[in-house]
Design a protein around this ligand. Sequence first.
Ligand code: NAD
Ligand code: ZN
Length: 249
Amino acid sequence: MEKKLSLLSDWIIESSSLVIFSGAGMSTESGLPDFRSSKGLWKNTDPRKLASVEALNNNTKNFYDFYKMRINALNEVKPHEGHFILAEWENKNIVKHIITQNVDGFHKRAGSKFVSELHGSLGICRCNECAVEYPSDKLIEKDFPTCEKCSGKLRPGVVLFGEMLPADALEKADFESANSDLFIVIGSSLEVSPANYFPVQAKKSGAKLVIVNLESTHLDHIADMVIPGKTKEVLKELDNQISLRTTKE
Ligand code: NAD
Ligand code: ZN
């Protein structure tokens, strides 16, 4: 592990277009469960079934309860050191772009600016009819929250299963993946498509691909390096090594 992190620090220092791709495993150390661990915790229902257009229309009470639980949970946690390290790396021109599947908004809260939120954000909600946006507090105020303008149903500002991903975030992520020379996946099972296409895109375009994840993924075989470690520890160690080397020079 030490040798790998030392080599990866070299790759990061040498890189001129480092792209980070983060998933739910980026935020578990902030106390937010990933889908894997939250399975079974939610009334024995797969959260993927609740995070859907189908549930918004036909299982509305459970849909709202699920999102109220997630918005409330988000109000009680905060980004961890790993998120702040990535934001600092952006400031130091070490990281060029972050592509995230996370809807917790933690990268932006920690100060990263160049972030493509592929699945939207829980920080806002909007009217399902007229698309007017509100802060997410509005979604947790009532049992069945509605739009002030048109009385349409409110819904979280995230992409639900069965919906298209936001075109602007997709385009940006596509561009940054194709132009990266080092692409690091952090805390993603890489099971969700089309998001999991970006690591493949980066690799095809000539980037080195690194996967940092507690469990193995189906893209491990095309990766140049696989680190079976914890997000926060790995980022802290990399940050130490990078600081040591860049101050020596
Ligand atoms: P996932 O739950 O499918 O996979 C997370 C991966 O992270 C797992 O393989 C797990 O082993 C690994 N992991 C957990 N803790 C880790 C840690 N501390 N260090 C390193 N690895 C760790 O998550 P995904 O690939 O992001 O896809 C799931 C979907 O879930 C996405 O669509 C995402 O929008 C949504 N989601 C988001 C959040 C969030 O915003 N924080 C939370 C849950 C689910
Ligand atoms: Zn409306």
